[in-house]
Design a protein around this ligand. Structure first.
Ligand code: ASP
Length: 584
């Protein structure tokens, strides 16, 4: 028996008990006549004591030689500590060791195994198994396990069946590039790793499974913008014989269950907002509604003067920054530089100070009088003491720019409190999205999303205006889930494929199996998927998903610990009938 108790367990009530513990040496203090060792395992730290009076000379020497991260087993008697440590759960006691076995020695770790470590990100990732010994990482993984457990509890209680779907499949179009796997047995042919189990879960509905879920890895070969992973986990769900309202209720229920069980937070019914309104009011389809600062569109009150920058703009739009009038001229100039950075891309920024006496002072006083500026304040909801920031230009660009500014200012103002949870549904997404480069429309969600009833005809005349039965769940400015009601008849699906630019043959070659299935009695169905990594990070009050993944990849898609991806040898290439044609 390696241990009778764990290292976080012993209390004053255990005094005089004989126990056995196993763990890692966190640190030791050697005073010559007495040696203290902190022994650590997943559950906590227990102080061990060896002293000249009560410990044999040989064991005393052994104790003095224990290095950091040695793996040891000790047997001894729990005794009361002379000086108690109220900051440690085990701080009332220590273990007077009578037997010490070194189970394994350790070389000095490349960084300190402490909550605040001296190890940089790259180093910690290379030795992730040591990083996982640190409380912040360990606690995040345990937290993640609790979330997934609660997901399973809720969904199982609601009659969902967990079904596994294959990883070696063929392309599913979620809008990213596929990772492909060569098939040895089928020369020259490739599997694609699923970007999601989308088509399989729909086929499970045709198969009568009715309520499906899976906590599943998905693979997308995208350029990794900050905080994305090439493989990530979804809570993937699908239901049959449902309407959109049913889906919203079930998964709002799941989110509410998680907030309650994991965070102890009770939230009422989630607000809902139309996609168009989200874009209009927040410039963003995943608005952070923990704070206001809603957009005010100023065309009507700003395009009647000689100021050509505004007159020539498609959209003039502003936000009120609470308390922003206290910014110095220099601070505002810095803000203007901030919106002009290439990452944001605004041409400039106009502002109007709302003074305490009710007057205004703007950067365009030459063109706008006090009455005009009063209207700007009214439209943006600015009060005395605030600052109105105004951007103008092409509507979609300027909305994105002002959204970036809104988030940045909220961050600086401390309005994005990670302990506050503000979920909402964004509803009625457009069905199609125009690809500016190619001039073609592609599915905003995926090709299986159904248009709103009665809008199919619009597909020919005004494709961009067609709305979908598609919804996203947003939490604190992050999309944590998204889904749709699906097309479940072959004719509509064929129309969709046609509009997405597939020829009949292409559609058949890629999705013939789904079209076939729709001929055998497909029930009405729909679903959604949550991004588990991000959901866990947000519930954990943090933003970086890497911190909640045991073995994450870096920004170049590398696992620096196992050093993957890596070349394969010629023999393996030959076996796969592959020849490399490297660019460099
Ligand atoms: N498969 C979709 C996705 O990964 C989710 C869904 O439509 O259920 O975004």
């Amino acid at each position: 028996m390696y241990r009778s108790h764990n290292c976080g367990e012993l209390r004053a009530s255990h005094i005089n008990t004989e126990v056995t513990l196993s763990g890692w040496v966190q640190k030791s203090r050697d005073k010559g006549f007495i040696v203290w060792v902190d022994l650590r395992d997943r559950y906590g730290i227990t102080q061990l004591v060896f002293d000249e009076e009560r410990t044999s000379k040989s064991m005393m020497e052994q104790a003095q030689q224990l290095g950091r991260e040695f793996v040891v087993q000790v047997k001894g008697i729990v005794i009361e500590r002379a000086s108690k440590n109220p900051n440690m759960p085990t701080g009332d006691i220590e273990l007077l060791v009578s037997e010490l076995t070194v189970l394994n020695e350790a070389i000095t770790p490349p960084f300190t195994i402490e909550d605040d470590t001296d190890g940089g990100e790259e180093l910690r990732m290379k030795y992730r198994y040591l990083d996982i010994r640190r409380n912040p990482v360990k606690d995040n993984l345990i937290f993640r396990a609790k979330v997934t457990q609660e997901v399973r509890n809720y969904l199982s209680k609601n009659d969902f069946i967990e079904v596994e779907t294959p990883y070696l499949i063929k392309s599913t179009p979620e809008g990213a590039r596929d990772f492909v796997v060569p098939s040895r047995m089928n020369e020259g042919q490739f599997y694609a790793l699923p970007q999601s189990p989308q088509t399989f879960k729909q086929l499970l509905m045709v198969g009568g499974m009715d309520k499906y879920f899976q906590i599943v890895k998905c693979f997308r070969d995208e350029d990794l913008r900050a905080d994305r992973q090439p493989e990530f986990t979804q809570i993937d769900c699908e239901m049959a014989f449902i309407e959109q309202e049913d889906i919203l209720n079930v998964f709002e229920g799941l989110t509410r269950h998680l907030l309650k069980e994991v965070n102890g937070v009770e939230i009422d019914k989630f607000p809902r907002i139309q996609y168009d309104d989200a874009m209009r009011l927040y410039g963003n389809d995943k608005p952070d509604i923990r704070f206001g600062m809603e957009f005010g569109e100023l065309n009507a009150v700003a395009q009647h003067k000689e100021f050509n920058v505004f007159n020539s703009a498609e959209l003039v739009v502003g936000i009120a920054v609470p308390g922003g009038n206290k910014y110095t001229r220099k601070e505002i100039d810095k803000l203007i530089d901030w919106v002009k950075r290439p990452q944001v891309g605004a041409q400039g920024m106009v502002y109007s100070r709302c003074n305490d006496d009710g007057s205004f002072k703007s950067s365009v006083d030459k063109f706008y009088d006090q009455d005009d500026l009063a209207k700007w304040a009214e439209v943006t909801g600015a009060k005395a003491g605030d600052l109105v920031c105004v951007l103008s230009g092409d509507a979609s660009k300027v909305r994105a720019q002002l959204s970036a500014l809104r988030m940045e200012l909220a961050e600086r103002l401390g309005l994005r409190d990670p302990k506050v949870f503000a979920p909402l549904w964004v509803m009625d997404f457009p069905l199609l999205e125009l690809d500016e480069e190619t001039g073609h429309y592609h599915a905003m969600h995926h090709p299986f999303t159904s248009p709103k009833p009665g809008q199919l005809e619009l597909l020919d005349s005004n494709p961009g205006a067609v709305k979908a039965n598609a919804y996203d769940l947003v939490l604190n400015g992050n999309e944590i889930g998204g889904g749709s009601i699906r097309i479940h008849d072959k004719a509509t699906q064929a129309i969709m494929f046609k509009h997405l630019g597939f020829t009949e043959e292409e559609a058949k070659a890629q999705f013939g199996f789904l079209m076939d299935a729709f001929e055998y009695g497909a029930p009405p169905h729909g679903g959604l998927a949550f991004g588990l990594d991000r959901l866990v990070a947000i519930l954990g009050g943090q933003e970086t998903i890497r911190d909640f993944i045991a073995f994450p990849k870096n920004n170049s898609g590398r696992d620096v610990m196992i050093d993957a991806p890596a070349p394969i040898d010629d023999e393996q290439l030959t076996e796969l009938s592959l020849k490399l044609n490297l660019k460099s």
